[in-house]
Design a protein around this ligand. Structure first.
Ligand code: SF4
Length: 342
């Protein structure tokens, strides 16, 4: 099987991975299929390295698998590379000068203006990261913005944004930038996106440039506490086993697959664990309507023109009515005999 065909199959497996975790099979597939090295540059702008930490926590496969089995040649990554100084920056110059092809540029962190964030020096002058992103982005086969900061500006670009932070797409307006939102993103979102872009297949993106496969469903629709919401049972304080909406949960306005995928190697996710969803994968995180985090969302999506809050109270009312009718029927002895309790 040719590399390209096998990669296609691996991407198809990505859909299956939403429901389970068979990443090691994909990794094995890549090991067999890849016939060359994939050159990758990972830049870090304004952020907290959380996206890299998230990737380091990936379990199926872990980062060593990703690099060795996928045969990635990571030419630059400030956190994991051993080189420093001139030796570290040299590969970047080679890509910029076109001496080597760059397959993938991954950017983590927002891009501050000019001197607020520089990476290395060329001819004794510090080079702004904005410059590297522009010049490497133009050369790269694929550009991936990892995390909310790179994708949308995130916390560093939040008002009043004193360092003039921008998302990667604003530095490369003419280029397709694949955005993987989340603060941080799930390691599987990063790895599977990489698998998809390496396949050369057209990745279906939403209106924010994110792979639809991860960001199509409201967290609220898949939440393990959804039953409480539908019955109008809302927690008034943390620790209560009820819906967390009144405590500020943003699940109703955030599209992300956390409840299906789960975090920490498939163990848990925010609302399942008793914490609210703060909307870290939302394009406007951490500002309105996500902030203040612990304030109830007022504007929630409408269904048939009726907002979800009204639906929730309405459904709770219907449920109460049904229970009352049921009780009346029982008293009147109209139940079918086969359903009688023994
Ligand atoms: Fe779950 Fe939050 Fe929706 Fe409640 S509001 S069901 S806790 S996502």
């Amino acid at each position: 099987m040719q590399r390209r065909d096998f990669l296609k199959a691996a991407v198809a497996l990505g859909g299956v991975l939403l429901l389970g975790s068979q990443l090691s099979r994909v990794a094995e597939a890549f090991k067999l299929a890849l016939d060359g090295k994939v050159k990758v540059v990972w830049l870090q702008g304004a952020g907290d390295t959380g996206c890299t930490i998230s990737l380091l926590q990936g379990a199926h496969p872990d980062l060593v698998d990703v690099i060795t089995r996928f045969r990635l040649e990571v030419a630059f990554h400030p956190t994991v590379m051993a080189a420093q100084g001139e030796a570290a920056v040299k590969p970047l110059e080679r890509f910029v000068e076109g001496l080597e092809p760059l397959d993938v540029l991954i950017v983590e962190g927002a891009i501050p203006k000019g001197e607020y964030c520089t990476v290395g020096e060329v001819e004794g002058k510090p080079v702004p990261i904005e410059e590297w992103v522009r010049r490497l982005g133009e050369k790269a086969g694929v550009v991936v913005a990892v995390g909310d900061c790179a994708a949308f500006g995130g916390i560093p670009a939040a008002s009043p944004n004193p360092t003039g932070c921008k998302p990667v797409k604003e530095i490369l307006p003419g280029k397709t930038v694949v955005n993987i939102s989340g603060c941080p993103p799930h390691p599987e979102w990063i790895i599977l996106t990489l698998a998809a872009v390496l396949s050369g297949e057209k990745l279906e993106l939403d209106e924010y440039g994110r792979p639809k496969v991860f960001y199509s469903h409201y967290l609220h629709d898949l939440c393990p506490r959804r039953g409480f919401y539908d019955r109008g049972e809302f927690a008034e304080k943390f620790g209560e086993d009820k819906c967390l909406w009144k405590l500020g949960c943003k699940g109703p306005i955030v599209k992300v697959d956390c409840p299906m995928r789960l975090w920490n190697n498939g163990v848990n996710m925010c609302t399942q664990n008793g914490g609210i969803c703060v909307g870290c994968a939302h394009p406007r995180f951490p500002e309105t309507p996500l902030s203040p985090f612990h304030k109830e969302v007022e504007a929630v999506p409408a269904v048939l023109g009726i907002d979800l809050k009204t639906w929730a109270y309405g459904l709770a009312g219907v449920a109460a009515l049904a229970i009352a009718l049921h009780a009346i029927r029982r008293k009147a002895g109209t139940r079918h005999p086969e359903y009688e309790e023994v």
